[in-house]
Design a protein around this ligand. Structure first.
Ligand code: G3P
Length: 218
């Protein structure tokens, strides 16, 4: 399972990109709004940091299919690795279908909360579906169960649409997503940092450093 970072913060993206652990960056209107930048400028800045090996996900704002298609084409023109996030709704599915049939623009259906929605998104032609794990857990549902249901359905029917698990709130969510068969988990910077840490690693390193002081030096 690949790891993407779910942020538009340039400092955070640079740090995790330099660690070599991410294969993509995902944004959405809420994430972009935190940076206080013009949308297109924020997206361009991200493309300047990550290499050609990273995908960049940006979301359309229109609520009608024609508007979504126009926005998608403009965003896709910013960088060859742009993937266009389109919300799961009737107009969204229509936009995904138009883009699939008439362009090379790749889409990700976002705000997916059921396996039925994921199946529809794949049939409309989405390259990715983004189920929101944490928000399901918030309402007492099993986020991990949804991921394994989607993975099972896609495997049975040889569906090539990839599962990008979003709304991951903890290292446990990331591991649950990996075990459930997700292709990608998009993870906030803070959670990637939590994944790095383990108290035994911290203590072990401190002990190595302390013991090294006792080693005679030239
Ligand atoms: O990728 C979607 C994500 O940004 C939503 O996360 O924590 O607001 O549910 P959250």
């Amino acid at each position: 399972m690949k790891i993407f970072v779910d942020t538009a913060n340039i400092k955070e993206i640079k740090e995790v990109y330099e660690m070599g652990v991410i294969s993509g960056v995902t944004t959405n209107p809420s994430i972009i709004s935190k940076e206080g930048k013009v949308f297109e400028d924020a997206v361009k800045e991200i493309t300047e940091i990550v290499g050609s090996d990273c995908l960049i996900f940006a979301e359309v704002i229109s609520l009608e299919a024609d508007g979504m298609v126009e926005e998608a084409k403009k965003l896709a023109a910013i960088h060859p690795n742009m993937i266009i996030k389109i919300p799961l709704c009737k107009e969204g599915l229509k936009a995904v279908s138009i883009l699939k049939k008439t362009t090379n623009v790749k889409t990700a259906c976002t705000l997916v909360f059921s396996a039925a929605q994921a199946l529809l998104a794949s049939r409309a032609g989405a390259s990715y579906v983004a189920p929101f794990m944490g928000r399901l857990d918030d309402i007492g549902a099993e986020g991990a169960e949804l991921i394994s249901d989607i993975a099972e359905i896609f495997a049975i029917h040889d569906i090539q649409t990839e599962i990008v698990v979003a709304s991951t709130r903890s290292p446990l969510h990331v591991i649950q997503a990996a075990k459930a068969g997700a292709n990608i988990a998009t993870v906030p910077y803070k959670v990637i940092m939590q994944m790095v840490e383990h108290p035994l690693t911290t203590n072990g390193l401190a002990k190595f450093m302390k013991d090294w002081e006792k080693v005679p030096k030239k």
